[in-house]
Design a protein around this ligand. Structure first.
Ligand code: NIG
Ligand code: FE
Length: 399
């Protein structure tokens, strides 16, 4: 396999806390190295350190002083859908509130779409995300709500990522509006049997207008029995049992976490469940921001993700989410960048991504900036200049 040395990196974010910029400085979670180099061997990272001590390589690639960070890990998206909801967004920006019911519009459009149209949509948003530095993403079903349509969404998703989530329990299917119990039976029975082979995770929207705590527990427990690991949409629009349930069931992640009691914060801080915050949703629904500072100060692990979907958060941009988290959710730039990379990896229980360390997947982003802090300091500016995925430069100009 051939080796490439990416060298002359102004500031490298490794997310390896044992790395320190100089021997006199204290270690930080980002594990910064100044004037750094990264040796890539095939799809993996082989060596990381100071450019002055780098080993020889078949090819050298000059970063010209730019900063490098691990590829973003977007651990929460809903990319298998058709249509858009511009009108609903316009109505919200004129004062109307967001509710779970809007999901029905996308369910109708998704059911009516061909496999090819859905696949083309996924590809389009993935390319868009990759150009903005996302090298790993999770995505969900949840806009089909029949056995056939949920299984087809998962089949399509699994052609693009291994992080696939079964979300038959997004809302009660309109076909079962009069009998939600029968829909829960379907989601935990025939639909689960058809979907489990195509997914790694199971999710439920635990919220007023979607599923209550008992229904959510039944759904996640049934998924666990079929080998799917839980994650959950929790405490997004109101206080509720979702976060406690996530901790109880050892969910990898509780997502949204916008309305939290002190007991919810404690439950997250004392469990392995990551609190995944999705600021695109609060931006797009004009809602109160989740309080990242409160979670971090309590000792919880925080991830940042886009929640990319046509209803509540139609952005694929991790840099945008970082900027919002820093400006409005009390995070420092360092914390937000950790959460968008290593935090996302932890929310997917992965150790091979979200870091630039020997053995990790060679996913890295070069920024048109001397430091990673510019991602928050220069919001809205397209700073992602090169993206390397599994050791291959996928976008960007030659260095
Ligand atoms: O994560 N909260 C539930 N699901 C999505 C919204 C889906 C939609 O409105 O279409 C979310 O925000
Ligand atoms: Fe979501």
């Amino acid at each position: 396999m051939s080796t490439t040395l990416v060298t002359n990196i102004g500031t490298l974010v490794t997310n390896d806390p044992t790395q320190t910029p100089t021997q006199t400085q204290t270690p930080t979670p980002l594990g910064l190295i100044h004037n750094a180099a990264v040796l890539i061997d095939g799809p993996r990272i082989a060596w990381v350190g100071s450019a002055t001590t780098a080993p020889p390589a078949d090819t050298a690639h000059d970063a010209r002083g730019r900063a490098a960070i691990p590829g973003f890990v977007d651990s929460h998206s809903h990319l298998v859908f058709a249509g858009d909801r511009t009108q609903e967004f316009n109505a919200r920006m004129s004062g109307r509130a967001y509710s779970a019911g809007g999901i029905r519009t996308t369910v109708a459009a998704t059911r009516a779409a061909t496999d090819e149209a859905l696949e083309a949509n996924v590809t389009r948003y993935l390319r868009e995300a990759l150009r903005q530095g996302t090298t790993t993403f999770e995505t969900k079903s949840g806009y089909g709500l029949t056995t056939h349509d949920e299984a087809r969404a998962l089949r399509i998703a699994s052609r693009h990522t291994e992080e696939v989530t079964y979300l038959g329990a997004h809302i009660v299917s309109p076909d079962y509006a009069d009998d939600p119990a029968a829909y829960v039976e379907l989601v935990t029975g025939e639909m689960l049997d058809a979907c489990a082979p195509h997914a790694r995770w199971i999710d439920v929207f635990c919220e007023k207008g979607a599923f209550d705590g008992d229904q959510a527990r039944a759904i996640l427990t049934a998924g666990k029995a079929k080998g799917l690991h839980p994650r959950i949409h929790a405490n997004q629009l109101s206080y509720g049992p979702g976060v406690q349930l996530a901790a109880e069931l050892d969910a990898a992640s509780a997502d949204h976490c916008t309305h939290l009691t002190d007991a919810d914060v404690d439950a997250l801080a004392n469990s392995d469940t990551v609190a995944t915050l999705l600021p695109g949703a609060e931006f797009s629904t004009r809602a109160a921001w989740p309080d990242a500072r409160r979670l971090l100060d309590a000792g919880a692990t925080v991830a940042l993700s886009t929640d990319c979907n046509p209803g509540s958060s139609f952005t694929s941009s991790m840099p945008f989410c970082i900027a919002l988290a820093v400006r409005d959710m009390g995070m420092t730039p360092d914390e937000a960048i950790w959460s968008a990379t290593a935090g996302g990896a932890q929310a997917l229980r992965r150790t091979d991504i979200g870091r630039i360390t020997p053995g990790a997947r060679a996913d890295l982003v070069l920024l048109d900036a001397p430091s990673h802090v510019h991602l928050a300091y220069r919001p809205g500016v397209p700073l992602v200049s090169e993206v390397w995925q599994r050791g291959v430069r996928t976008t960007g100009h030659a260095g």
